[in-house]
Design a protein around this ligand. Structure first.
Ligand code: G16
Length: 542
């Protein structure tokens, strides 16, 4: 049996997990011992895993295979009994969450930097998910960070990791490595939740779909489900082969990085339904023929219609949205007579609510939607729920969205990102806003007046934990909101996000940026964005 090596190391000071795990440039992760230190710090932060099962997979980006092999050798040396690893080291984030839950694993390690670019100059990431299948809560990520600052050694099995490209079981030291089909378990779950026959009938009636996998992890999942199982023609899934650098593109399904899809969907001869997912398969973009659906509206429409899919036929226990997500879903919840929870940004905050059965559906403005079927947001799941609803209603996405707005009113919504700005300038801007909070009430943006301004803090109703400083909120007298926060997923400088929202009951077909113009002007002026960051315009508007 191969000996266990104890390798002396010194700490890195920057291994603090962000919104979703540790994300850094590949060049940072490629430093000797960097990944090993973090993986050992994860293991050191956990208790009681000896002999238990770990799930391991990633989004296939540059470094994925090397770190999978390292993690296998380290899991064996640290005493795990079994590792379930996706073939080729591949598992989408939602599929990994499902595999953890289905197999009763102790937890899982997911290698991904999600929507961030890949390749040698791109980003890499590692995150730990707990036995419920969800991202580790802050008390674990805080412990991982604390341990990473004092680590002196890591354990690794001497010798090569086994072949991860062939299905089946192999031995590594005293541990079993089981290479699993990354798609099978996930596809079976989707077949339970959705009415595939109804979707097939809609296809036979002429429903056309385009799914852009952005050369990232969802390609094999989407081909197996949309083309092979549901029978949509070959070519329905585009950019369906996962590439280590995502073909040089930014695998973020938004109007900037999925521009080709957007333009096709806006054209007269585009398909009926368009969608895209991100690097690790947890985000989704939904665009109907000549109708973009904001993630916030998508959450609201899914909540209003989920009962049309068999997995949600009994209705919803409750819903949740991250604080910056628009309030569109709140009105659906009120009509359904269920509770709507407001959490900080980060999927990990939904975990307790889902585990406690308080919510069935949740979502975020950052193109994430999910349900209690796993403990991650799930891109392809959202696409299938939409298709199931479209097929049952026999309606176009545009007709559904317009009817929803006529019925509930419309939350005009936009997010302005200022990426890679100087970190000091961004922190200064946030501090100035925070310091100025007491003076903001009463100020005017066009006809709207600020009624309250605060820094969002969350009290978790399940475990009683408190999380502060989650975004500066300005509330206006007509229900409009402006929110400022710094992203927790970037890897260079700081990214300032400004979220702007305005509710209109009747005037529902204005151009978004025009409808929000007074608020945008006010938001830019109040935070002195141009003066403090040197940026006159956002780098991304979604
Ligand atoms: C992650 C988190 C999401 C969060 C998003 C944006 O998504 O899982 O919950 O909304 O980042 O976070 P931030 O605004 O801090 O950049 P993903 O898809 O990158 O894992």
């Amino acid at each position: 049996m191969s000996p266990i090596l104890t390798v002396a190391t010194t700490p890195f000071s920057d291994q603090k997990p962000g919104t979703s795990g540790l994300r850094k440039k590949v060049t940072v992760f490629a430093q000797p011992h960097y990944a090993e230190n973090f993986i050992q710090s994860i293991f050191n932060a956990l208790e009681g895993y000896a002999g238990k099962t770990l799930v391991l997979g990633g989004d296939g980006r540059f470094l994925n295979r090397e770190v999978i092999k390292t993690a296998l050798r380290m899991a064996a040396a640290n005493g795990f009994g079994r590792v379930l690893v996706g073939r080729g080291g591949i598992l989408s984030t939602p599929a990994a969450s499902h595999v953890i839950r289905k197999h009763g694993a102790f937890g899982g390690i997911i290698l991904s930097a999600s929507h961030n670019p890949g390749g040698p100059e791109g980003d890499f990431g590692i995150k730990y998910n707990a036995g419920n299948g969800g991202p580790a809560p802050e008390k674990i990520t805080d412990r991982i960070f604390a341990l990473s600052k004092t680590i002196t050694a890591y354990k690794i099995l001497d010798g090569a990791a086994p072949d991860i490209d062939r299905l089946g079981e192999k031995k590594l030291g005293g541990m079993v490595v089981e290479v699993i089909d990354p798609v099978a378990d996930y596809q079976a779950l989707m077949e339970q939740l959705f009415d595939f026959d109804v979707i097939r009938s809609a296809r036979q009636r002429g429903l056309t779909v385009r799914f852009d996998a952005m050369s990232a992890v969802t390609g094999p999942y989407a081909k197996a489900i949309l083309e092979d199982a549901l029978g949509f023609p070959r070519g329905t899934v585009v950019n369906g082969t996962p590439l280590p650098d995502f073909g040089g593109h930014h695998p973020d399904p938004n109007l900037v990085h999925a521009k080709d899809l957007y333009e096709l969907m806006m054209s007269a001869d585009g398909p009926d339904f368009g969608a895209a997912s991100d690097g690790d398969g947890d985000r989704n973009l939904i665009i109907g023929k000549q109708q973009f659906v904001t993630p916030s509206d998508s959450l609201a429409l899914l909540a209003a219609n989920a009962h049309l899919a068999p997995g949600y036929g009994k209705g919803l226990a409750g819903v949740a949205r991250s604080m910056p997500t628009s309030g569109a879903v709140d009105r659906v919840a009120a009509r359904l007579g269920i509770k709507c929870y407001e959490t900080p940004t980060g999927w990990k905050f939904f975990g307790n609510l889902l585990d406690a059965g308080l919510i069935t559906l949740c979502g975020e403005e950052s193109a994430g939607t999910g349900s209690n079927h796993v403990r991650e947001k799930d891109g392809l799941w959202a696409v299938l729920l939409w298709l199931n609803i479209v097929a049952r209603r026999q309606d176009s996405v545009r007709a559904m969205v317009q009817a929803h707005w006529r019925d509930y009113g419309r939350n005009y919504y936009s997010r302005h990102d200022y990426e890679e700005v100087d970190a000091e300038a961004a922190n200064g801007l946030m501090k100035a806003l925070r310091d100025g909070l007491p003076g903001l009430a009463g100020r005017k943006a066009g006809a709207m007046t600020v009624t309250a301004a605060d820094d969002f803090a969350y009290h978790d109703p399940v475990d009683g934990s408190d999380t502060g400083q989650q975004g500066i909120r300005l509330h206006f007298d007509d229900g409009s909101r402006v929110i400022y926060r710094l992203s927790g997923t970037g890897t260079a400088g700081a990214t300032l996000r400004v979220y702007i929202e305005k509710f209109e009951q009747h005037d529902i077909n204005q151009e978004t940026q025009k409808a929000l113009a007074d608020l945008i002007r006010f938001a830019n002026g109040t935070a002195e964005i141009a003066r403090r960051t040197g940026r006159k315009t956002p780098s991304v508007i979604t």
